[in-house]
Design a protein around this ligand. Structure first.
Ligand code: HEC
Ligand code: HEC
Length: 225
């Protein structure tokens, strides 16, 4: 009898906790179940095989200024991107912590070796640095530069990352940077490092920071890839 009564409060407590969890929306739950950060692969990439595997990518990534239709934003530039980060990005689509349908379908088919080969090929393409597409005013870019100071330790003052596992942002299209930050904020893109970085940014700050990084010369379109 005494044993039983000691368990009752525990049960009540459990019910309350489960009830509170059930009332959280999907986004909050997705953020709670944050997946572990992805690592670059140890496979050595084969550039020639990577070139063969990327024949289907050119229709979107190889056309300057090509847009994703719905939602509307510019397809990200891949030229000049870090090899380690490209491996992390493709693994993210493969495991579903990044949600784009076409990219998930592409990456779902790839082995670790395929991903290493693709990253090695893309990283081997050389071209002059470009700026990204953005309609921002000089004033917005200046405001963005100030707000981007907190990002410099991983993405570099000018958007060139100091280490390969972090993406270069310099020269990326502004609309894509805005999309990425919005997705980290709402949990559609799941990353334990970027979620708390994006959380405090309002829409205006996101536009300004995106404008700043887009205005810096860096990434380029892999035409013909
Ligand atoms: C139908 C158009 C389309 C095709 C085909 C396509 N992509 Fe993409 N890709 C996109 C879009 C749109 C995004 C951004 C999606 C998002 O918001 O996560 C993207 C994102 C990426 C990223 C992440 C970039 C970053 O900065 O994080 C990589 C890497 C990538 N694609 C590689 C490839 C490779 C390799 C192929 C071919 C095997 C390919 N893509 C084929 C449209 C496409
Ligand atoms: C502690 C390191 C760190 C800091 C600080 C940081 N980031 Fe990141 N950032 C990352 C990592 C790691 C990723 C890749 C995460 C993933 O796989 O989605 C990333 C990805 C991004 C992407 C997506 C790039 C792409 O090509 O898809 C954007 C945009 C971005 N960060 C913007 C910012 C901004 C803006 C700030 C400052 C407010 C910031 N980051 C601060 C580590 C950092």
């Amino acid at each position: 009898m005494s044993t039983k009564s000691r368990f009752v409060p525990t049960l009540v407590l459990k019910t309350l906790v489960l009830g509170a969890l059930a009332s959280l929306d999907g986004t909050a739950l997705a953020q709670q179940q944050s997946l572990p950060p992805l690592m670059p692969l140890s496979n050595k990439g084969d550039v020639e095989n990577g070139k063969r595997l990327t024949a289907t990518c050119a229709g979107c990534h190889g056309i300057p200024g090509y847009r994703n239709v719905y939602p509307s934003f510019h397809v990200p530039k891949l030229g000049g991107q870090n090899e380690d980060y490209l491996e992390i990005a493709l693994q993210g689509y493969r495991r579903g912590s990044r949600s784009h349908d076409t990219m998930h379908a592409q990456a779902a088919e790839f082995s670790d070796q395929d991903i290493a080969d693709i990253a090695a090929y893309i990283a081997s393409i050389e071209r002059a640095p470009e700026t990204g597409i953005s309609g921002a005013s000089d004033e917005m870019i200046r405001a963005g530069q100030e707000k981007a100071a907190v990002c410099a330790s991983c993405h570099g003052q000018n958007g060139i990352a100091p280490a390969g596992q972090w993406p270069n942002l310099a020269g990326q299209h502004a609309s894509y940077i805005e999309r990425a930050l919005t997705q980290y904020k709402n949990g559609e893109r799941n990353d334990v490092v970027m979620a708390p970085m994006a959380a405090p940014l309002d829409e205006q700050s996101i536009r300004e920071i995106a404008a700043y990084f887009a205005s810096q010369p860096g990434l380029f379109t892999t035409e013909g890839m």
